[in-house]
Design a protein around this ligand. Structure first.
Ligand code: ARG
Length: 595
């Protein structure tokens, strides 16, 4: 376990306060909010002054007098009215980074009691197109899953498909009209059902929207679709066989889409998997009087006296006997408890489902479906808007499909890379550009999303997201690629990157600021982990990239004559590269070798 720099400093300052006759707690040190004046600061003398009825600068002076020759500091001064400003000793900073470099987790403290965590994200609906909302769930969920895993937990990501709803009835009935001769519609048929699906993915992509449109105008058709859904849900063998085909075709397509997003689920379960648990669960809840009948429906009261707004009861069965979204989410928990005994659940959906999840979580606790101390997390994300501030649409005004979104981003990236190639800023051939575009595009898409606080709406701005400068994914990749290119130049000139392991004391301002930022890695990542906040990873790697580039512009690394110094810089660059790569891996994308 690696102690953090702030912990070292706080210990030393606290001891000095005690030595001067003050309470230990005043020794707390923080990162300076005036980096122009100092690197760290302690404001304890200000607070102590009130208690000990002395002028703050008197206290600060006393403490600084004790510490002025301490090896941890390059400079420690008291400034009026009573602040203690600190600069860290370069040698200490170097040693700290050296320890980071030797640790596979770069100083992050692993979870002491690893937990089993279910991450429920993605949430695509089978046979319906993926849209921008599903993108957010997949992108944020993937990052949170990776971060939880990084700290040593057992994490299970489940896509939790919407695979048991009305869309199935709609497709079945539309298919019935288009291909009435299929055996699935022959009431007399007794044999086995064919192994080959009767439709392809492109047919399905067309058939669902058509059926959905039709049901809006054609009430009789809508009724048929409802009946077909009901028949399927009650286990009709022909419809189940059709459903399996729809699942096979659609899942293959979804997998391809999620692969392109670098999103990987451990489980491909869905609402349908919860169905076997529903009857027993409801019966049990009614028997134990957790649930009761109200106007023919079955509900669970979940309101608390402490609620500031009204939380309506959770409906778990409709008066017509149909189960609902909540029923299947609760039954899914029953299954997850049986199979995995999670200590924590994390759900990722549009924030409009927040009230719903409050109801479901409270029901689960009240009913004892999950344990009293199981952590139930809901991450509600905001809307993706266009530049006009309204929900993102296609040029024609339809819902934006994920694939179109990706191609729009990739086109923009491709254009930028070709421009750079013309300006001879890169040496990439046509083929390499083709290979690199999707990698850079994905960074633009994901970073554009993840750099915002999840709960906030954001504007999907293709130009901004794909820019190679500023707070963007491509900028981070560009920084990594820059380091890679320095490392290979170093090798070309006979250096051995592998042998560059010993860092040097910082010799300039930009080098020291870079090292200070490097030293904050574990703080940043641990905060993102604790707060389920990938945007904090983005903030950190953006700072780190800026510092790296600043250092790069101020330093002639490759032409440096002092070989030991140069080797130290190479070691530093290697470490920065590893930290950036670790950061983007937690965000769910990777860097190319060139761009
Ligand atoms: N399929 C749902 C939708 O498209 C999202 C599922 C979220 N997960 C859950 N366990 N309810 O809105």
């Amino acid at each position: 376990m690696m102690k953090k720099i702030l912990e070292y400093m706080t210990e030393v300052l606290s001891a000095a306060f005690v030595q001067c006759g003050y309470e230990e707690k005043y020794g707390k040190v923080g990162i300076s909010n005036r980096p122009d004046l100092c690197e760290y600061q302690c404001n304890g003398a200000m607070a102590a002054a009130k208690v000990y009825k002395k002028a703050p600068f008197v206290i600060a002076d006393e403490v600084v007098e004790v510490l002025k020759d301490h090896s941890l500091f390059e400079e420690i001064v008291s400034v009026k009215p009573g602040f203690i400003n600190i600069r860290i000793c370069g040698g200490f900073l170097k040693d700290y980074l050296q320890k980071m470099a030797a640790d596979p987790k770069f100083g992050c403290q692993m979870e002491q009691n690893p937990r089993t965590i279910i991450v429920d994200y993605g949430g695509a609906n089978v046979a319906k197109p993926l849209h921008v909302g599903h993108l957010r769930s997949a992108v944020i969920g993937e990052s949170i899953k990776r971060t939880k895993r990084f700290f040593g937990n057992r994490v299970i990501g489940d896509v939790h498909l919407g695979d048991w709803g009305l869309q199935m009835g709609l497709i079945i009935e539309e298919l019935h009209d288009r291909q009435p001769d299929l055996v699935y519609f022959d009431e007399q048929y007794q044999g086995e059902y064919p192994k080959e699906p009767p439709i392809t993915i492109s047919e399905m992509e067309e058939i669902y929207p058509a059926a959905s449109e039709r049901s809006k105008k054609d009430a009789a058709f809508a009724e048929r679709a409802h009946k077909a859904t009901f028949r399927l849900q009650n286990g009709d063998p022909a419809y189940l066989a059709l459903w399996r085909h729809i699942m096979t075709v659609s899942k293959a397509d979804l997998k391809r889409n999620y692969d392109n997003l670098n999103v990987a689920f451990d489980l491909w379960k869905g609402e349908s998997d919860a169905q076997p648990y529903i009857l027993d669960m409801i019966e049990d809840l009614v028997e134990r009087k957790v649930a009761y009948e109200s106007q023919g429906a079955i509900v669970v009261d979940v309101a608390l006296e402490t609620d500031s707004k009204e939380i309506p009861p959770c409906l778990i069965r409709k008066s017509d006997g149909a189960s609902l979204y909540a029923t299947s989410d609760l039954a899914t928990m029953v299954e997850r408890e049986r199979l995995y005994q999670p200590d924590e659940y994390i759900y990722m959906t549009d924030k409009r489902q927040e009230l719903y999840f409050t109801q479901v979580f409270r029901t689960a606790k009240k009913a004892g479906i999950v344990k009293e101390d199981t952590v139930m997390n809901f991450i509600g994300f905001g809307t993706v808007n266009g530049k006009d501030g309204k929900p993102f649409k296609t040029r024609e005004g339809g819902v934006m499909r994920l694939e179109n979104l990706i191609s729009e981003i990739n086109e923009a990236v491709c254009q930028k890379m070709e421009e750079n190639a013309k300006k001879k800023e890169t040496s990439l051939g046509k083929e390499e550009v083709e290979k690199t575009v999707p990698i850079v595009g994905l960074s633009a898409l994901k970073y554009g999303d993840l750099s915002n606080q999840a709960s906030k709406d954001y504007i999907f701005d293709v130009d901004k997201f794909t820019s190679f400068e500023g707070n963007t994914g491509p900028y981070i990749l560009y920084t990594i690629v820059r380091i890679k290119s320095i490392l290979s130049k170093y090798e070309e000139r006979g250096g051995k990157v592998e042998e560059a392991v010993m860092l040097c004391d910082p010799s300039g301002e930009s080098e020291k600021s870079l090292m200070l930022t490097v030293s904050r890695f574990s703080d940043a990542i641990e905060t993102a982990y604790r707060e389920l906040a990938p945007y904090k990873i983005c903030q950190y790697i953006y700072d780190l990239s800026n510092d790296l580039n600043h250092f790069y512009h101020e330093t002639k690394i490759i032409d440096e004559e002092r070989k030991e110094k140069q080797k130290g810089w190479i070691a530093l660059l290697k470490l920065v590269k590893q930290l950036l790569e670790c950061g983007i891996d937690l965000l769910g994308f990777s860097a190319p070798d060139k761009m």
